[in-house]
Design a protein around this ligand. Structure first.
Ligand SMILES: [Zn+2]
Length: 153
């Protein structure tokens, strides 16, 4: 599925050095709805995964937490949740991107007792203020029992 934004999340073609983003990292997210749109505050939602207090039970939960990692600027979490088979050596987030909203369109398997899953989503962003969206059908698999992002299918 070609959306014209291929490679945006691949990690390979982004060699720009990300400016350190302190703006939204850390504690000042507390109390605000999580960027993934699931409803709870960041700390109770994807923040719990980012901080290692819990793990994603489903592929969709991992997908949401990875979107939120892009939104809050946490490349370390993105690399930790990337399957070792497809993980880029490094990942620099583009500071001109601001991820604003996630719509989950479809899921296939990816549940508690599955070992593979697919999550189709539309992620909305603004790049230097210009709106855009990324539409992807992501594949997920388990590694050491935990859900990991594989690729765009
Ligand atoms: Zn969340």
């Amino acid at each position: 599925m070609d959306t014209g934004t291929g490679g945006r999340w691949s990690g390979d073609d982004n060699r720009r050095v990300a400016k350190r983003r302190t703006r939204r990292a850390g504690g000042d997210e507390s109390g605000r709805p999580c960027p993934c749109g699931a409803g709870p505050a960041y700390e109770e939602c994807c923040g719990a995964l980012h901080q290692g207090r819990t793990v994603a039970a489903t592929a969709e939960a991992l997908m949401r937490s990875r979107f939120t990692a892009y939104a809050v600027g946490d490349p370390g979490y993105l690399l930790r949740t990337w399957h070792s088979r497809t993980r880029p050596a490094r990942l620099a987030l583009d500071p001109a991107d601001r991820w604003t909203r996630l719509d989950i369109l479809d899921t296939e398997r990816g549940g508690l007792f599955d070992t593979a899953g697919i999550v189709e989503f539309r992620a909305h962003y603004r790049h230097s203020g210009r709106p855009g969206e990324l539409h992807e059908r992501s594949r997920f698999g388990r590694e050491d029992g935990q859900w990991r992002y594989l690729d765009a299918g």
